[in-house]
Write a protein that binds this ligand. Structure first.
Ligand SMILES: [Zn+2]
Length: 303
């Protein structure tokens, strides 16, 4: 038992997140069941062994994994090795619309929120529009095993759905951000339907899956928006608590900080739009996230 505790201290020092928290109840057995591989992260190949030999084997494996993650972080120029998110919850949290974001009669409509209710020190990365199709981003995120979700606007992506098919094959969920990125509250019900449900149809046609998440352009919507979105298959409307750029962050909250479950927005942009590449933006946002002690989790595991 003592030996187990000592080893757990070593594990905790090595890896924050799934591996370390597996020691909390002092048993090895619980570990395999509760902490399967986090989405986008590699599964531990060997079945758990009992006793000191098993603990040592696991320590060796974790050391190896940490060395690999350190090497990848260094390769991509990250200031620190990203923290590992805990395994997703067995049951998704119940999400309600953020106070002040309600529409009249909206009780049965998809919830609009900027933060997912959780106590874990995790945040979610989301990327919008789709103008910049940088192959380096796909490689970088895959190698770093960082989950993110995309919200696509057809007019930005229709010239190259192949890029997003590749992204999807790497485990990224592609969601609805309308056909033409219009200011929805200024449109008639029929125009909104075309923008929102038209995007559902296009994404399903080109990428084989009908989205369940929708983000209105600029975060602007009205009751029609949510009713129409629901009518064509949308279950939730995640907005964002912070926005990432290559050289700074913008914050929704007065404390200018991250909070457990915060959704972070960024965009598929390149040097034409901002001062840096997609990789520069990821380096910047990951420095903020890791410095503040957060890991990146997959939005679809919680919503
Ligand atoms: Zn947008």
């Amino acid at each position: 038992m003592n030996r187990h505790r000592t080893t757990c201290a070593v594990l905790a020092a090595l890896l924050i997140g799934a591996a370390a928290s597996g020691c909390a109840d002092g048993t090895d057995e619980g570990d395999a069941g509760r902490h399967g591989p986090a989405a986008g992260q590699s599964a531990a190949a060997a079945p758990p062994q009992a006793g000191p030999a098993g603990i040592e084997a696991r320590t060796a494996r974790l050391k190896q994994e940490l060395a690999a993650r350190t090497a990848v972080a260094k390769k991509w120029g990250l200031a620190k090795v990203p923290l590992v998110a805990p395994a997703p919850p067995v049951e998704k949290p119940h999400i309600t619309t953020r106070k002040g974001f309600e529409v009249e009669g909206g009780e049965e409509l998809p919830p609009v929120f900027t933060t997912v209710p959780t106590k874990e020190r995790i945040v979610f990365l989301t990327m919008d529009d789709g103008a910049e199709k940088d192959p380096e981003l796909l490689r970088m995120m895959s190698e770093l095993k960082l989950p993110y979700s995309a919200f696509l606007s057809d007019y930005e992506v229709s010239d190259d759905y192949g890029y997003f098919k590749d992204m999807q094959a790497r485990g990224v969920t592609l969601n609805n951000h309308t056909l033409n990125h219009r200011y929805l509250p200024g449109l008639s019900e029929e125009e909104q339907r075309r923008e929102i449900c038209g995007s559902q149809d296009k994404i399903e046609k080109h990428l084989g899956k009908r989205p369940v998440l929708f983000r209105p352009p600029y975060g602007n919507y009205n009751g029609d928006t949510l009713r129409i979105a629901k009518s064509c298959g949308i279950k939730a409307v995640p907005l964002w608590a912070a926005e990432a750029f290559p050289d700074h962050m913008e914050w929704r909250e007065w404390d200018r900080d991250l909070h457990p479950g915060d959704i972070v927005l960024t965009h598929f942009r390149g040097r034409e739009d901002w001062d840096g590449s997609m990789a520069d933006m990821i380096r910047n946002v990951m420095k903020t996230i890791t410095d503040k002690g957060y890991a990146v989790a997959r939005l679809e595991d919680y919503v």
